[in-house]
Design a protein around this ligand. Structure first.
Ligand code: GDP
Length: 307
């Protein structure tokens, strides 16, 4: 990937796409291509084909997807499966036909079986039943991985697939109805602090364990892999460390400087009990995350306050 080559970041307004775009700009890439969903609806096959014909990107970061937390996945299963299948099918196929040199597909750790041995190795893919609360999204992402592998096998198309763990950072979704736990808790603790509310409600039992990666680390890993990884096998991106939802809540409470109580609403779903990725493959290639959880949450809270 040379600084003057044409690079398309699909989904540049999302958490991941925005971070990749920021990082590419910082590294001096000049021919960056991006479109809002209003300018280019990636679910529209003809529009996507016309876009690739016209723009002729050499590299594609496929970070466009319909995403959401545990509640949104459960509530809008049809949109989660249908939109994601369309977006990735159109972009991967049009990229191959348009002569793209390399495409990076963003998956998710929820592609792995609910009871996969922890930490989860890449080989766990398709070895057991999925977590039901996000299986629609997961099945679409698994189809994207398989499509990338099929295009590599049949056409020699250089498509690689990254599986990031739970992400957070500036530009995150702070809408309670659709957000993931970390931004939701930042907002809940902040609003409770401002309102001097006596307690903050955290969903579920607090016992599930999750791993959190700052999106700037993910962007750094994505660019690193675009440069150095050319295999069909999926590759995990994470920190190698996880934390219970209860401890995460305590940490955010401390960072936000809230003095009330934490209560758990066990009528809400816990989701999968643990989701920690084995990142041996990536660390062996020479990549490490740089942002620790406390510092990452503090800077994300700062972004939230400013925005
Ligand atoms: P998941 O990683 O796909 O399960 O998605 P989430 O990030 O939405 O949820 C992770 C865990 O955090 C689940 O056990 C949720 O029940 C729990 N959780 C606690 N409070 C909240 C909240 O306010 N919002 C969300 N989305 N999850 C919460």
């Amino acid at each position: 990937m040379q600084p003057d080559e044409r690079i398309f970041v699909a989904g540049h307004r999302g958490l991941v796409g925005a971070a990749i775009l920021r990082q590419l700009k910082t590294e001096g890439f000049k021919n960056l291509i991006f479109r809002s969903s209003r300018e280019l609806d990636l679910r529209d096959r003809r529009a996507v084909e016309a876009f690739f014909e016209q723009e002729q990107p050499a590299y594609v970061f496929l970070a466009a997807a319909k995403v959401g937390g545990i509640l949104a996945n459960n509530r809008y299963p049809a949109e989660f499966i249908c939109d994601n299948l369309h977006i990735q099918t159109n972009v991967i196929d049009a990229a191959y036909r348009g002569g793209v040199k390399k495409l990076l597909f963003l998956g998710s750790s929820c592609i792995y079986p609910k009871y996969a041995p922890q930490p989860i190795k890449e080989e766990s893919l398709l070895t057991g039943p999925l977590e039901p609360t996000n299986e629609w999204y997961a099945v679409a992402k698994i189809a994207g991985i398989k499509m990338s592998q099929a295009y590599r096998r049949q056409y020699g198309f250089n498509a690689i697939s990254l599986m990031p763990t739970n992400l957070y950072g500036p530009g995150d979704n702070f809408d309670f109805k659709t957000s993931h736990v970390l931004p939701a808790l930042i907002r809940k603790f902040h609003e409770a602090k401002v309102a001097c509310a006596p307690e903050v409600v955290v969903w579920g039992s607090g016992t599930p364990r999750r791993e959190f990666l700052h999106v700037d680390d993910l962007a750094d890993a994505a660019i690193f892999l675009m440069r150095h990884y050319n295999e069909g096998e999926i590759i995990n991106v994470g920190t190698g460390k996880d934390i219970t939802i209860a401890d995460l809540a305590r940490l955010i409470k401390e960072i936000v400087d809230y003095s009330g109580e934490i209560v758990f609403d066990t009528s809400k779903p816990d989701g999968t009990p643990r989701k920690l990725l084995d990142t041996t493959k990536l660390t062996q290639l020479g990549w490490q995350p740089k942002i620790d959880l406390r510092g990452g949450i503090a800077s994300t809270y700062k972004w939230f306050l400013e925005n």
